[in-house]
Design a protein around this ligand. Structure first.
Ligand code: ADP
Ligand code: ADP
Length: 226
């Protein structure tokens, strides 16, 4: 079963913007997949639909074989999302941000604590666990976003422009971590407008422009063709 199957997905926003004009996409389990395209292409809308943050206009979306319309809650449980903006409670201690998110996904407090400890250690935030999250540096806040997204052990991790505004050194650290997560079996989708980022990380890539997929191939084939 593919991790993600999208058939003829369209989205027209209330204002009339046709963000998606009929998208087809299949992403295999274990893949590290890039959705690449310029601003306004439809990347955020596509992942918004996957995460139930955006209502699609038409089309079929399946996640690990389950139809989004029929099994929305099940699908939500399989996905961890890292949005672009820091939307955690800045006045909560770092570990509480992660533990409380576990609560949203129905983890026991004990289990959420264990997951939090594991993730904060893995992401180099353990020393900061008692700090107010607003006091973290930008790079640390982004890592906290990733820890929070992984608390319920999702099979699919989706990141929207994960390194936008992150300097090159921090970017490499984040790439390293995401590669490890992927090697442990988590399917990853990221959106980016840097080909370099997609090139460094991803096995397969779709290029989206003006609401249409204009290329869908593996990274090696793409690089060989230019
Ligand atoms: P990307 O993530 O590739 O930058 P988006 O999916 O955010 O692209 O946007 C695709 C198109 O949909 C753009 O024309 C954008 O202006 C429009 N759009 C995105 N979000 C909304 C919204 N909430 N309401 C109306 N139009 C939107
Ligand atoms: P800054 O103050 O510039 O935001 P940070 O305090 O966030 O920097 O980062 C400190 C260290 O953590 C850096 O050496 C960086 O390479 C590393 N780092 C940043 N992000 C990650 C990550 N996602 N995974 C692993 N290491 C990271």
């Amino acid at each position: 079963t593919p991790a993600v199957e999208i058939h003829n997905l369209t989205k027209t926003y209330a204002g009339g913007a046709e963000a998606l004009k009929g998208i087809d996409l299949t992403i295999e389990p274990g893949d590290f997949f890039a959705l690449l395209g310029p601003n306004g292409a439809g990347k955020s809308t596509t992942i918004g639909v996957l995460c139930s943050l955006v209502n699609k206009t038409s089309g079929v979306v399946k996640v690990f074989g389950h139809d989004l319309d029929q099994d929305r809650n099940w699908v939500k449980m399989q996905i961890g999302i890292v949005p672009q903006e820091f939307n955690f409670n800045q006045f909560e201690p770092v570990e509480e941000v992660v533990i409380n998110q576990g609560g949203f996904y129905g983890l026991t407090r004990k289990k959420a604590r264990e997951r939090s400890e594991h993730l904060l250690k893995q992401l180099g935030l353990w020393e900061k666990r008692k700090s107010m999250s607003r006091q973290l540096s930008g790079g640390m806040k982004r890592r906290l976003m990733i820890a929070r997204a992984l608390v319920h052990e999702p099979r699919l991790l989706i990141l929207d422009e994960p390194t936008a505004g992150v300097d090159i050194e921090l970017r490499r650290g984040m790439w390293q971590f995401l590669t490890e997560i992927n090697e442990q079996g988590t399917t990853i989708i990221l959106t980016t407008h840097y080909l370099e980022e997609a090139e460094q990380l991803c096995r397969n890539i779709a290029i989206i422009n003006e609401g249409r997929i204009i290329e869908n191939t593996n990274m090696r084939a793409l690089l060989d063709s230019v």
